[in-house]
Design a protein around this ligand. Structure first.
Ligand code: GTP
Ligand code: MG
Length: 379
């Protein structure tokens, strides 16, 4: 067993150093934060060379797919040496107390493996463990949770730290054209209708343009919303018609453009949208992300839309989401302000415009979503 002490500026640095020096199999035995003039962290880590070697040999076992490189290091099994001793089991060759020692070593290895699998949590001092666990219970990603844990001295610090990391809110004061993009069925048309309804509540003149002439029934769906809300609608089947639509609606304070629901992996979809941006008309782009989709899918959506000039992100279907942690994870990845959240199918009610502080509180206390509606003057 090789045991080594590491001193570094932060737990993250210390862990990276442990991994580099002792490898992935290393186990953290203890960790401590040391204050004073030069604050630092001290981490004691260990590696069991036998365990590491056993893992290497296992990877050359007959079950493994690739053939090992036979040579001096690994003699070919079919080359039997005359001088080699007959096979004996280790258990028979050792006296009883050795068997006992082997058994204890085995138990120790298993305990070390279990500790290693607990990862970051084990490396944290007691005072920080509950902060880290609190964040993980709210689905904050491991590395982000560790980062927040390093910054926070107690649970009550978290809200302030998170609100500084995020940007939330939407400015209704300017005259603008807003284009909603996002994967199929994410809620673009419903959100367009909700934004129209909320604009009307704020006494803004609003207009709608639909670029969705692709899906059967799409025009009918937005026509119904435009009729119910009393909002003028223009249907555009080409970028040129988008320009014409914007001209027709030029007396409006806000124009919302609803786009086609298509697979973002389809290159023709991206090209269609790029042709709209090529008109050179200033637009604010909102990328809609479903809060009920997996984080893997969210990240995939981001990479597909990265070539477009996304200004803000908005999370839809938060009423179906398992938690609000992914909102933090995704916002930190996308580094874009969060314009609003949608929280149900009711038009125009189920949309929330929150401040940094409100979003931070939602991430930490997801059950408080109803309170935003109470506080928000738009409702
Ligand atoms: N639970 C829940 N459902 C929502 C929300 N927003 C939209 N939906 C529902 O999601 C479904 C799809 O909504 P649409 O607005 O048609 O989605 P879209 O992105 O325009 O769909 P495509 O144009 O086909 O890509 C509808 O059944 C909506 O009622 C929300 O915030 N919560
Ligand atoms: Mg739609």
């Amino acid at each position: 067993m090789k045991i080594k002490k590491f001193e570094a500026g932060s737990f993250r640095e210390a862990l990276a150093w442990v991994k580099k020096e002792l490898g992935q199999e290393a186990v953290i035995l203890s960790s401590e934060e040391i204050g004073g003039l030069n604050p630092k962290v001290e981490v004691v880590a260990a590696i069991d060379p036998d365990l590491a070697q056993e893992k290497t040999i296992k990877s050359f076992s007959p079950e493994s797919e690739s053939e090992p490189e036979w040579g001096e290091k690994f003699p070919r099994p079919d080359k039997v040496s005359l001088s080699s001793s007959p096979p004996v089991t280790r258990a028979k060759a050792f006296p009883a107390y050795h068997e006992q020692v082997l058994l204890e070593l085995q138990n120790l290895r298993e305990s070390l493996e279990a500790l290693r699998n607990k990862g970051y949590e084990v490396s944290l001092p007691e005072s920080k463990k509950n902060i880290y666990q609190y964040l993980r219970n709210r689905f904050i990603r491991e590395d982000l949770a560790l980062n927040l844990t390093e910054k926070a001295n107690c649970l009550t610090d978290l809200s302030g730290i998170i609100r500084n990391d995020l940007q939330a809110g939407w400015d209704w004061s300017d005259k603008k054209v807003v284009i909603l993009i996002g994967s199929t069925g994410v809620g673009k048309t419903t959100t367009a209708a909700k934004l129209c309804g909320q604009s009307i509540k704020l006494k803004k003149k609003v207009g709608l343009i639909s670029l969705d002439t692709f899906r059967i029934g799409a025009i009918e769906q937005i026509r119904i919303y435009s009729r119910i809300l009393g909002v003028p609608l223009s249907i555009a089947s080409s970028p040129e018609e988008v320009r014409e639509g914007i001209n027709k609606l030029k007396d409006r304070d806000i124009i919302i453009i609803d786009t086609t629901g298509r697979n973002p992996k389809d290159p023709s979809y991206g090209n269609e949208l790029k042709a709209v941006y090529a008109l050179g008309i200033p637009m604010e782009t909102h990328l809609l992300i479903s809060g009920s989709s997996s984080e893997h899918f969210m990240a995939e959506s981001l990479s597909h839309y990265q070539s477009l000039p996304v200004n803000r992100i908005a999370f839809t279907k938060m009423d179906e989401a398992g938690g609000f942690g992914p909102v933090y994870n995704f916002s930190m990845q996308a580094r874009k302000p969060v314009a609003y959240l949608t929280t149900g199918q009711k038009v125009p009610a189920d949309i929330e415009f929150c401040s940094n502080a409100q979003l931070a509180d939602l991430i930490l206390n997801p059950k408080d979503v109803g309170r935003i509606a109470e506080i928000n003057p738009i409702h």
